[in-house]
Design a protein around this ligand. Structure first.
Ligand SMILES: *[C@@H]1O[C@H](CO)[C@@H](O)[C@H](O)[C@H]1NC(C)=O
Length: 217
């Protein structure tokens, strides 16, 4: 066989494997509305009997309501994923509304399961994401009303409100259950806690500094 042909086939097979491994599989039926009563453990959630499915399973009614931003970060994420809308099960998509009080931030975090595409409905929103090791390049943009930015799957990203009034954004995510890993909590306030010695060494600070951060969070 021609060498180029073999190479091309290898690349095709490898990229197919990547697609299979990195993204949620396509549904094998019209829908698989999550059945909260099922004790079956599958990748995703077990399906309800299709005969008992109704419009309510695909419906969410309160995304027009502003989230309560009275918290440490001054932001609130209202999620519309498979936990709120069981009909999203197996469909590989979800939505969020994010409210930001003046000077509020959505602190650095990642979604292990989803790429995010965000648009600003109201206000002006500086955002950024960071490429993976070793370069860790920060890519930033100030989004105005109607503008859109993509946060690629798995990368650390954040948003902030520069202080001129409230900001509202809507983000779509390429998973029924994108998951979220904030950067601070898993490291500094896991249960049980990671040894302070490890945190001090990892962040190159004194152990008293590491335990101060642990206590603050
Ligand atoms: C918003 O959250 C704060 C802090 O948890 C709480 O005190 C306040 O009552 C909430 N406001 C509304 C309108 O729910």
């Amino acid at each position: 066989m021609d060498k180029h042909f073999i190479l091309l086939n290898t690349v095709a097979v490898l990229s197919f494997r990547c697609v299979v491994l990195a993204f949620e599989p396509s549904p094998m039926q019209d829908f698989c509305v999550a059945d909260p009563a099922s004790i079956a453990k599958v990748n995703g959630l077990a399906c309800k009997d299709p005969k008992s499915v109704s419009a309510e399973d695909f419906f969410f009614s309160v995304l027009h309501l502003a989230g309560n931003t009275s918290n440490t970060f001054g932001s609130k994420v209202t999620a519309v994923n498979v936990a709120q809308v069981p009909g999203l099960n197996t469909l590989g998509i979800s939505l969020t509304r994010i409210d930001y009080a003046p000077w509020g931030i959505n602190p650095p975090h990642t979604h292990p399961g989803a790429t995010e595409i965000l648009t600003v409905l109201e206000g002006s929103l500086p955002v950024g994401f960071v490429t993976s090791n070793p370069k860790n390049r920060l890519i930033t943009k100030v989004l105005k009303k109607g503008e859109v930015l993509v946060f690629p799957i798995g990368l650390v990203h954040y948003q902030r409100n520069m202080g001129y009034g409230n900001v509202v954004a809507i983000a779509a995510l390429s998973s029924q259950n994108p998951g979220v890993i904030s950067i601070d909590n898993p490291v500094f306030v896991s249960e049980p806690a990671i040894e302070t010695y490890i945190l001090a060494k990892a962040f190159q600070v004194d152990e008293t500094v590491a335990s101060l951060i642990q206590s603050k969070l």
